[in-house]
Design a binder for this molecule. Structure first.
Ligand code: SAM
Ligand code: SF4
Length: 530
């Protein structure tokens, strides 16, 4: 039996694509292994958004070239955005690569693989620019891709409780720095019925949190042209707000529904109203601003201003004062001056993001920005701005997380944390010498011990006693705002929503204790578990 090693780079879209590909190939009898050395087929699901992600893949391919000299039957495949962006020329430049498959052609991957195995000749399936040239081809492609989503395997995956569903494919925004519209093709919304059906099957398979995915997810719009009214055919339109309500209402057993990524222009109140009305939709918005300078936003072709962006945040917070907002920034876009950067800093300070992803501009072949502008911000300036903005964001994160100390938050328990000691035992050890000593515990436990002083001071005034530790292990989970929480408890809390009281925060990690039983409602899942 052929053994496949599949490594995924990049965003959640790629994670979902890999899951779909793995499900499809497993159903055809292929086995998957976690060690590349054990595999006779090595696939890289690649990302082209920044040069760095492509370099990682090139370095993997370099290693595989050496391995292939002693294992000529080893099959190496590059799938996803890098295959599409680089194109067929990659097969000439990197002869160790046996197959290329773009993200819009993944339904063809099993056929390509079979051909390589049978013929030992290079194979490729790439959209080229056909999807953008022809509406018919684009929709034919959509039908094929829809089949891949629909043929999804619903056996519990690596993360049993968290699942993604694609609701919008591709992107039409053409931000000048970005490769996505070229690699993933035009924006197409999937049918709401297909999405609800997929969500139901995921919930039946154990998913407790579903994330709806799209590059501009809030621009989801679906016209059902097959609908008919009293006077013949009519179009029934579903907006994103309606889709959210439908998934929420039709799946009352799903504890958490979230969506990423939102585009700041044309973000309607109807979505904010749906989030406010539906208690199981996480109050979480990932809305990248990218930059705080209107001049640069225009060069980026983002289609909004700093003022309209801040107005959106204010609107969101007036609907939901507790909404967690997450952003993305690119520093060092061509022509960015110190004043432009200061404006970005100011925006970050005003936005008060729960978290922000900060990137240095990376010129990408094929984009408008690389054609129009020289990459003129020196690397050391990019580096300085990147670090400076990270420092500012870390400070904000720490403040916001610090404000949570003493409050009770709901956590979706994902299972044992990577630490090798329960948190309370580490605390007790450092406090009274009963537990393990710091020596030899490994960096993560030592970090826990260093946190102890802070923990003691921050827990002053919190009524919670340390929980009974017998049978408890250290668990990890996430809040509705996607913050990581570490706490001790019985292993059978895995997969449940657990209320915890926040004791201390360190960076982006929150340390907590299971909330007092008095604060747990009788209907709460925890009551049934312990
Ligand atoms: N669709 C989302 C949006 O518009 O906000 C983001 C999708 S993109 C794959 C993820 C992030 O990568 C972007 O928000 C942007 O910050 C970053 N990014 C995209 N192209 C980049 C480039 N050429 N250089 C650096 N960062 C880039
Ligand atoms: Fe790229 Fe802009 Fe589309 Fe986001 S909206 S995927 S940044 S082109």
């Amino acid at each position: 039996m052929k053994k496949i090693y599949l490594e995924t780079f990049g965003c959640q879209m790629n994670v979902l694509d890999s899951e779909l590909v793995e499900g499809r190939l497993r159903s055809l009898g292929y086995d998957f292994v976690t060690d590349a050395q054990q595999a006779n087929v090595v696939l890289y699901n690649t990302c082209s958004v920044r040069e760095k992600s492509e370099q990682k893949v090139l370095s993997r391919l370099g290693r595989m070239k050496i391995r292939k000299q002693s294992e000529p039957d080893l099959v190496i495949g590059v799938i996803g955005c890098m295959a599409e962006r680089d194109g067929i020329g990659m097969l000439r430049r990197l002869p160790q690569v046996d197959l290329l498959c773009g993200p819009g052609e993944l339904d063809k991957l099993p056929g390509l693989l079979e051909n390589v195995l049978a013929t030992h000749r290079q194979q490729a399936a790439l959209a080229g620019d056909t999807a953008r040239r022809s509406g018919t081809l684009a929709s034919a492609g959509e039908d094929r891709l829809e089949l891949l989503d629909l043929s999804r395997s619903f056996s519990p995956g690596k993360n049993k409780y968290q699942a993604y569903i694609r609701v919008v494919r591709g992107c039409n925004k053409f931000c000048t720095y970005c490769v996505v519209p070229y690699t993933r093709g035009p924006e197409v919304s999937r049918s709401p019925q297909a999405i609800v059906d997929e969500a139901r099957r995921l919930v039946d398979a154990g998913a407790r949190e579903i994330t709806l995915l799209g590059q501009t997810v809030n621009h989801y719009i679906y016209d059902d042209v097959s609908a008919s009214g009293p006077s013949g055919p009519m179009s029934r339109r579903t907006t994103f707000a309606q889709l959210l309500r439908r998934v929420h209402d039709e799946l009352p057993q799903l504890p958490r529904l979230r969506f990423i990524t939102s585009f700041p222009a044309d973000f309607g109140d109807d979505i904010l109203q749906a989030m406010t009305d539906c208690p199981r939709i996480c109050r979480y918005l990932h809305i990248p601003a990218q930059c705080g300078s209107n001049r640069i936003l225009k060069l980026m072709n983002r289609g909004y201003t700093v003022e309209s962006y801040l107005e959106l945040l204010q609107r969101a917070r007036s609907f939901m004062p507790d909404v967690a907002v997450v952003g993305d920034f690119i520093v060092g876009f061509p022509t960015e001056t110190d004043a432009d950067y200061q404006a970005t800093r100011e925006l970050a300070a005003r936005a008060r993001y729960k978290n922000a992803f900060i990137f240095k501009y990376s010129p990408r072949p094929g984009t408008v920005a690389i054609r129009r502008h020289e990459d003129d911000v020196p690397e050391e300036v990019k580096q300085f701005r990147h670090q400076d903005l990270l420092n500012l964001q870390n400070e904000i994160c720490h403040q916001l997380n610090g404000e949570l100390v003493g409050s009770t938050v709901d956590v979706l328990c994902e299972g044992p944390s990577g630490w090798n000691q329960p948190a309370e035992s580490v605390i007790a050890g450092a406090a009274g010498g009963h537990g393990p000593s710091a020596h030899g515990l490994g960096p993560r436990v030592e970090l826990g011990q260093r946190l102890l002083g802070a923990l003691r001071s921050r827990t002053d005034g919190i009524s919670e006693a340390p929980p009974e530790s017998s049978g408890h292990i250290q668990l990890t989970g996430r809040t509705t705002a996607d913050q990581i929480v570490v706490f001790d408890g019985p292993a059978n809390l895995e997969g449940l929503i657990v209320p915890v009281k926040v004791c201390v925060v360190h960076g982006l990690t929150i340390f907590a204790r299971i909330a007092n039983s008095a604060t747990i409602s009788p209907t709460h899942e925890l009551a049934a578990a312990i």
